[in-house]
Design a protein around this ligand. Structure first.
Ligand SMILES: *Cc1c(COP(=O)(O)O)cnc(C)c1O
Length: 315
């Protein structure tokens, strides 16, 4: 794929701005806080949400280098794997997905889509998967599977920050951004381009306070600089990555019912649950404009429901 076609694909997204709506919620009204929700989830059905922007400069770089076959890493339900496969299909790259854990008897909807879109899947053990960030391991896999470009797990590298920065720069001022955090690439990117004082990052995994350091380092090594303060809000992981309870599921269903906006249980539900609780407990100031980023990931609901029995209502 040539660089110009990748550029052309992204041009239409650069010109568009995601919808920003105000959440009409009693707690917000009572506290005099404006809660905004940015519908990043509506940008592209395949390369969805934050992954569209995290991949932007990675895809451009791959094209610039004349790469034909991109290798990447992720779990079996990974939004990143899904997005990377969609991008490969759309922009004419071959893709190879290194999937954590042994091969299942039947592909879940995420991996089924990825396969349909031409991604070649290779399952490796969880032990082997721990080496995913090591250069020697990555190079070995490149050689083994004939790949010529590496995108790390979650797409999080310095190039990812630049894409997120392009996205966030389009929005007007607010006081505070709120985002769900996995690897920290999205939070780091927002920090480099936001017109706001503060970013609240909500880790979706347990013990996420270390992400403060990780995100700060990502910003530094990207060569960009951060605007405003980063705060890690470590109390809404619900027990860890992909962990949940009835409270969270009921919250998702009630939110969908009230606002007609879908949330998925891994990232965005934990974020919204947290922000609304903080609003209720008076953590924001009167008049504060709080902008919550809906980072997408809705494709994962199918696999989640398949596993746990249709507990998330889909409208
Ligand atoms: C990948 C993902 C995130 C996490 O982004 P990071 O850059 O890894 O912190 C958040 N929300 C959704 C829906 C995602 O798919």
């Amino acid at each position: 794929m040539n660089e110009q076609s990748v550029r052309d694909f992204y041009k239409s997204y650069e010109q568009k701005k995601d919808q920003v709506l105000t959440l009409d919620h009693p707690a917000a009204k009572k506290a005099g806080v404006k809660l905004e929700l940015v519908r990043m989830d509506q940008n592209h059905p395949g390369i969805s949400g934050n992954k569209l922007w995290k991949l932007k400069y990675n895809l451009l770089e791959a094209a610039k280098k004349g790469a034909k076959r991109i290798i990447t890493f992720g779990g079996a339900y990974s939004n990143h794997i899904h997005a990377m496969a969609a991008a490969g299909r759309l922009l004419d790259f071959e893709t190879v997905g290194i999937i954590r854990g042994e091969s299942p008897h039947q592909l879940n909807p995420t991996l089924q889509d990825a396969t349909n879109w031409g991604m070649e899947l290779h399952h490796i053990s969880r032990t082997e998967y721990r080496n995913r960030h090591e250069e020697s391991f990555q190079n070995m896999l490149c050689q083994q599977f004939g790949a010529d470009y590496i995108v790390p797990e979650g797409g999080s590298n310095a190039l990812a920050l630049r894409g997120i920065r392009d996205w966030v720069e389009k929005f007007e001022n607010c006081d505070t951004y709120c985002v769900a955090t996995g690897s920290g690439g999205t939070a780091a990117g927002i920090l480099t381009g936001m017109k706001a004082q503060k970013l609240l990052s909500f880790p979706v995994l347990k013990g996420g306070l270390y992400l403060k350091d990780v995100i700060d380092k990502m910003v530094i090594s990207s060569g960009l600089s951060s605007i405003g303060e980063l705060h890690i809000i470590d109390s809404y992981h619900f027990g860890g990555f992909a962990k949940f309870n009835n409270d969270l599921i009921n919250f998702i269903n009630a939110f969908q019912e009230k606002y007609k906006i879908p949330l998925e249980p891994l990232y965005t539900a934990k974020l919204l649950y947290g922000v609304l609780e903080l609003t209720q407990s008076g953590s924001f100031q009167k008049g504060e404009v709080v902008r919550i980023v809906h980072t997408g990931g809705l494709q994962g609901i199918r696999g989640f429901n398949q596993r746990f029995g249709d507990i998330i209502h889909i409208s």
